[in-house]
Design a protein around this ligand. Structure first.
Ligand code: UDP
Ligand code: MG
Length: 323
């Protein structure tokens, strides 16, 4: 172990309007890095990299201030708010050139930082990707827990394989990140994409805490949007379901046609207003839903063909140091 070079670790932390929580959690992140250094698990040039995702409060000023006072902190600033997934990707792409391993974690202290020890151990044992999996969610509200659990089940059912109860707390080696940089899509859903890269992976389990300060940016609406994005970017099962539905409807219509003809020949054609209207409404509704789902995929293709940048970095704390 001694003659092997220690890996350089970058903690990648997306932050959006987190001025209340950053001063508290940044200390914890620093202590964790220093602890891992002291244990001879990571190298001395390991860092904490904050990604400011276009915050409207003082988050970026706080990050700049940290980096001026302590070289362990670095920061990049996105030119506008691009959402958690893009912010995380920006951080990972920035870090991959500078380190051997990254650990992505939210800045609100909900994910247990002590799980990092096991993650780094797993890396030393050969794993290139280590998923942080929430073993219990008792501190989440009943509603949040149930909606989050349904989220994973829904994703699985629709054919988007994700590690159950794993969010974006994960160790990824720079080797994997270099391969991952060839995944060029703009609709990104990182937790579903890393398993596609392959390489040796494992999971570590931890308990999820309450947010230390500030508020969640993932209300039900955003969570549903994320689930929908995840499904449509990883799987075409919804379109297959529509095809199946169309097939069933066609068979049912065919049987109905036979029934109509038989009734006609038997002279039993009574005014069937209710059943006609019912059928029209039902089929009309189903068709619209199906069109909507297909439209969603077409929309995604439209966005993908533009090949717009997924994020733009407007400032780096390291630039300031080099000035
Ligand atoms: N976040 C971000 N951009 C956004 C929304 C959130 O970078 O547009 C960050 C946020 O600062 C936090 C992480 O993503 O570090 C997770 O967000 P949050 O804690 O609000 O979500 P929850 O844990 O409630 O699902
Ligand atoms: Mg959170």
């Amino acid at each position: 172990m001694k003659n092997k070079k220690l890996p350089c670790l970058y903690l990648v932390i997306p932050c959006y309007n987190e001025q209340e929580v950053l001063p508290i959690t940044s200390v914890l992140f620093k202590e964790k890095i220093e602890e891992l250094m002291a244990m001879n698990r990571i190298s001395e040039d390991s860092r904490v990299l904050f990604v400011n995702d276009g915050s409207k409060d003082c988050t970026w000023d706080i990050i700049k201030d940290f980096s001026e006072k302590d070289k362990i902190f670095e920061g990049i600033c996105l030119s506008r708010n691009r959402g958690h997934q893009n912010a995380l990707l920006a951080g990972l792409m920035e870090a991959k050139e500078k380190c051997d391993i990254t650990i992505s974690i939210d800045c609100d202290g909900q994910d247990d930082i002590n799980a990092m020890n096991q993650m780094v151990d797993a890396y030393h044992d050969g794993a290139q990707v280590v998923y942080g999996v929430r073993s219990k969610r008792e501190t989440d509200t009943f509603f949040k827990r149930k909606t989050a659990e349904s989220f994973y089940k829904l994703m699985k059912w629709f054919g988007a394989e994700v590690v159950y109860n794993h969010a974006d707390y994960r160790l990824v080696s720079s080797r994997v990140l270099r391969e991952f940089s060839d995944f060029k899509e703009v609709n990104i859903f990182l937790r579903g994409m890393f398993p596609l890269v392959g390489f040796k992976s494992t999971s570590v389990y931890y308990e999820r805490h309450e947010r230390i300060a500030g508020e969640s940016h993932y209300p039900l609406k955003k969570m549903l949007a994320l689930a929908f994005d995840g499904i449509t970017s990883l799987s075409i099962k919804p379109i297959r379901i529509i095809t199946g539905l169309g097939l069933c409807m066609s068979i049912a219509s065919f049987l109905a046609i036979i029934y109509v003809f038989v009734s006609l020949l038997a002279g039993m054609v009574v005014p069937g207003w209710s059943s006609t209207v019912l059928c029209i409404c039902l089929i009309g509704g189903i068709q619209l839903i199906c069109l909507g789902v297909i439209g969603e995929y077409v929309g995604k293709i439209y966005l993908e063909t533009k090949e717009r940048p997924r994020f733009i970095i407007s400032e780096r704390t390291t630039d300031r140091k080099n000035d």
